[in-house]
Design a protein around this ligand. Structure first.
Ligand SMILES: Nc1ncnc2c1ncn2[C@@H]1O[C@H](COP(=O)(O)OP(=O)(O)OP(=O)(O)O)[C@@H](O)[C@H]1O
Length: 446
């Protein structure tokens, strides 16, 4: 079976996986508990023979997405289609058959291998469950598989604890290969291994892809590894994809501010490297109550200022950081919730400006008046009033509507309002943005 040229091998459409954190039956009955929107409307394609890298900070939903694509988790919405069969809507027997086509390689090979079984039994289990080869040929097939992954046929009689981390991962790969899959979801397959053995596993995966025409979804937080192995890359933030493209498109000219920040954190071996690391404000918000509009707006270094003011991007970012802190603050905690500096001056509004890197005076008089009001409320300990004043005076388009994943300046898909004609940025800002992109183009010289 092969997918036609224009049909992807696997396609997810508006895929959702929400967990509920209700503790027990009574909680669920009474509707108590929270919804964790781990995967929240993902469109994604994996093509025949390619490696799609999936990157994003810890907790953004990568593993949940990988497991939902595979059917290890039931989606709460959307569809997954393998070739021309919708997995999310097919009969049990057919699903059981198709399960062999998509396999999973886990991050921690020790935890995923049954210590009570020999390696031969682990790798052979799937052969008997799915009746892949006749019983009399199973041992031979297991021995072949072990040799394919760089182990010895004689290893079949040993137990997982007798192997090193890298060898255990090879056993996990042999087990996945046993059912002759077309697609393997590799979930952080080398991150638990010593750097010295990582290359061996990556080379093995690459050789197997070449020999067997496999496709991979390669989940990893190590961006250098992803750049090395992937044909295309998808960047995920808080349950959604924010940028996808070929590896060159995403790594050489990242357009989404989140991708820029992620890539700027890759350690750079070149001592002449001129790019600065982009430090994002705050922590990743909770997927139980994600920010409205663009989920990244609470941390985005390029959050779009309100059109009615003439505001510098940096000044607006600083105001948004204060707004986000106010939104999260316990109103009873008073000023301490915003500023715990021991060196507070008499003028608390000046201390707040300093603590949040807000200029002493904004260039736009209306913006300055609104900000001064809010700071005075905050300095007086009335955090509710400060929060409301800032929210009504400094609303960004990034929080009012959700950006769709659509063609950006380099034609690969990006979910960011900066590239939407409705939110026209003036020429200076767009030029600054392009210069900024160039500065972060990997490999560029100062
Ligand atoms: N079974 C579960 N019940 C409730 N919430 C869960 C469950 N599994 C994961 N989550 C939550 O879903 C979100 C996404 O988790 P997931 O493990 O998919 O992210 P990830 O990007 O793979 O993270 P990491 O890189 O750390 O493995 C997190 O907030 C996590 O706490």
């Amino acid at each position: 079976m092969t997918a036609s040229d224009d049909e992807p091998l696997l396609r997810a459409t508006d895929l959702e996986k929400h967990y509920t954190t209700a503790d027990g039956f009574l909680d669920r009955l009474l509707g108590r508990g929270q919804t964790v929107r781990a995967v929240d409307g993902v469109d994604l394609e994996i093509r025949e023979g390619e490696t799609l890298g999936l990157v994003g900070e810890s907790g953004c939903g990568k593993t949940t997405l990988g497991r939902t694509l595979l059917g290890l988790l039931d989606p709460t919405g959307g569809t997954v289609t393998y070739r021309d069969t919708e997995l999310t809507n097919c009969a049990r027997a057919e699903l059981r058959e198709l399960r062999t086509e998509i396999q999973y390689v886990f991050q921690n090979p020790m935890a995923s291998l049954n210590p009570q079984l020999t390696v031969g039994e682990i790798v052979g289990e799937a052969l008997s469950v799915h009746d892949i080869v006749p019983p009399e040929r199973r041992d031979e097939r297991v021995r072949d598989l072990l040799e394919t992954v760089g182990l010895r046929a004689g290893h079949a009689s040993r137990y997982p604890h007798e192997f090193s981390g890298g060898q255990r991962q090879r056993i996990g790969i042999a087990r996945a290969l046993a059912v002759e899959p077309s697609l393997i979801v590799c979930d952080e397959p080398v991150s638990a291994l010593d750097v010295s053995v990582q290359a061996g596993i990556l080379n093995l995966l690459s050789d197997l892809q070449e020999q067997l025409g496999l496709s991979y979804l390669f989940i990893a937080h190590d961006l250098s590894v992803v750049e090395h192995v992937s044909d295309r890359v998808a960047v995920m933030y808080l349950g959604k994809l924010v940028e996808t493209g070929t590896t060159a498109e995403v790594f050489d000219s990242p357009s989404h501010p989140y991708t820029e920040a992620l890539l700027s954190a890759i350690p750079e071996p070149d001592p002449c490297w001129a790019g600065d690391r982009i430090v994002l404000e705050g922590t990743v918000p909770s997927p139980t109550d994600p920010p409205s509009g663009c989920r990244f707006h609470t941390r985005c270094p390029r959050v779009i200022p309100p059109a009615e003011y003439d505001l510098e991007e940096d000044a607006f970012r600083a105001i948004m950081t204060l707004r986000t802190r106010l939104a999260d603050a316990d109103p009873d905690a008073g000023l301490e919730a915003l500023c715990s500096r021991p060196d507070r001056s008499e003028d608390l509004t000046a201390t707040l400006r300093e603590a949040y890197d807000i200029p002493r005076r904004l260039q736009d008089p209306d913006a300055e008046a609104a900000l001064s009001d809010a700071l005075e409320s905050a300095a007086a300990g009335d955090l509710d009033a400060a929060r409301e004043r800032l929210a009504s005076a400094f609303e960004t388009p990034c929080e009012t509507s959700e950006p769709a994943l659509s063609a950006g300046p380099d034609h690969h898909p990006i979910a960011c309002h900066r590239f939407d004609d409705r939110y026209e940025l003036d020429d200076a800002e767009t030029d600054a943005s392009i210069e900024h992109d160039d500065r972060f183009a990997r490999g560029s010289q100062p």
